[in-house]
Design a binder for this molecule. Structure first.
Ligand code: GLP
Length: 240
């Protein structure tokens, strides 16, 4: 089951931020990148600038990033949209590893990310966007229900969809993502979906069979799922 909020495009950011109002200082928030959450982050910045919210007290966890440590990266993107403007201190920000760093390999760096997330007590809220092929984070079709944070190969369609971020070069084929099992451990999940081009995949994710072919369908197993969709994205949902 899920709670559905269908809102107009101009109410989207406020509706999503409303979910976060009861987040205590020290609470842990998982954040996605992409076009979808942009109005949400704009609203967070507006409220913070007006002194109506103090997100700097929250802890923030990344959902996914490209492998290799190059630019542009989701880390830089999230830094500009959220981390810097909302004054999230370095020790309150858990990055997805994009290189092995001090570890033997990227798998060990991913295990370290998972342990740090566990030490933080997991995410109180995980916000998610929805890929055109049903991916969440970079869990592409075929990802397992119990998958953990790991290096993945992107589908050609996803690489193409993200090519706009990489105008001068070949879009990256490799990424690191929280696994579906990792995401499902968040105490609450908010799936954010905007636009008519996501309407069919949103209906498949929420009301179709639970299958690795549509990774977002595993969200039907989440302990507490809230869906915030604009009217165009919600258009194909059968009424419950
Ligand atoms: C990207 C990211 C996801 C994001 C999704 C949707 O590939 N890996 O984390 O949620 O695709 O992006 P958008 O919101 O731009 O449609």
């Amino acid at each position: 089951m899920y709670e559905l909020h269908v809102v107009s495009e101009d109410q989207f950011g406020a509706a999503a931020v409303d979910l976060l109002r009861d987040l205590a200082a020290g609470a842990c928030l998982g954040l996605p990148t992409g076009h979808t959450p942009l109005p949400v982050y704009a609203e967070l910045r507006r409220l913070a600038a007006a002194g109506l919210l103090v997100p700097g007290r929250w802890r923030v966890v990344m959902l996914d990033d490209y492998y290799g440590g190059g630019e542009p990266s989701f880390h830089t993107w999230l830094g500009k949209e959220v981390i810097t403007p909302l004054a999230i201190a370095d020790d309150r920000y858990l990055r997805i590893p994009t290189l092995p760093g001090g570890f033997a390999n990227i798998a060990a760096a991913c295990d370290d990310f998972e342990s740090r997330l566990r030490v933080w007590g997991g995410c109180d809220w995980q916000l998610l966007g929805l890929g055109a092929n049903g991916h969440i984070g970079f869990n592409e079709p075929g990802s397992a229900r119990d998958s953990r944070t790991r290096l993945v190969t992107l589908t050609a369609a996803t690489a193409r969809a993200n090519a706009e971020y990489w105008p001068q070069q070949q879009p990256p084929q490799l990424a690191v993502t929280q696994g579906i099992g990792t995401i499902l451990e968040a105490r609450r999940i908010a799936l954010l979906v905007r636009g008519a081009d996501k309407a069919a995949i949103l209906a498949a994710a929420l009301q179709g069979p639970i299958t690795p072919a549509v990774p977002a369908s595993f969200l039907q197993l989440a302990p507490a799922l809230v869906v915030v969709a604009d009217t165009a994205a919600a258009a194909r949902l059968a009424s419950l």
